[in-house]
Design a protein around this ligand. Structure first.
Ligand SMILES: [Mg+2]
Length: 217
């Protein structure tokens, strides 16, 4: 597809699933945490997994969802330490760095915009070494609300002084894209292959890309 790059000043990129392989997060939350919880509570793996997944569900779309300190308290586990223990599994999607270089060459302003907690952001960015590409790095914890809220985009736009009509957002979460659309961001793409180990997702509302090179034609 040919994308109208001259129409865009700011490019907003999500971290988990968009630039980084979501396999890390899926493995961490769906396998490692339930296993550690089972061990700590003396539960059978299945029972522990059901209990943990039910708790996740209650917090989806809120800041608690990505608040590692919240989950440490909630599950009585040291979540940051567990994450750090598997940091070697943190992977960048194969074409993320090339895409960031491409955007830099075009002279675009680039922002990393993530719901991730500071501790997760620091761990991941220090591991993958992409921080130098971003003009701005924004965690939802800076703004006090998750990207699923329309107001998030309003506050972000004010803060970056960006023109919503000249801004592109790429994210693997459709609810987040919906919020950005309702605020008035013009260019929205759904990243359809967040994890290297899982099936691609589908969006019924937004143009989809599986790889960044589809935008580099
Ligand atoms: Mg994501």
């Amino acid at each position: 597809m040919t994308f109208a790059w001259p129409e865009v000043d700011w490019v907003l990129l999500d971290m988990d699933g968009t630039l980084l392989d979501k396999y890390f997060d899926d493995y961490f939350w769906e396998t490692l945490v339930p296993a550690e919880y089972a061990r700590r509570q003396g539960l059978k793996p299945d029972a522990a997994r059901r209990a943990v997944l039910a708790r996740y569900q209650r917090e989806e779309g809120t800041l608690n969802w990505t608040d590692v300190d919240f989950w440490s308290r909630e599950l009585d586990l040291d979540i940051p330490a567990l994450k750090a223990g598997i940091r070697h599994l943190i992977e960048v999607h194969p074409d993320s760095e090339v895409f960031l270089q491409f955007l830099q060459n075009l002279g675009k302003k680039i922002a990393l915009v993530t719901n991730a907690h500071y501790k997760t952001l620091d761990l991941k960015m220090s591991h993958v070494g992409l921080l130098g590409y971003f003009d701005q790095v924004i965690s939802s914890f800076d703004l006090g609300m998750p990207k699923e809220e329309v107001r998030f985009w309003q506050v972000l736009a004010d803060q970056l002084r960006l023109d919503p009509q000249r801004t592109l957002l790429i994210d693997d979460n459709e609810e987040i894209l919906q919020a950005a659309l309702r605020f008035g961001l013009k260019y929205l793409f759904f990243k359809a292959k967040p994890s290297s180990q899982a099936e691609a997702g589908i969006s019924h509302h937004f143009p989809m890309i599986s790889r960044f090179w589809e935008l580099m034609a």
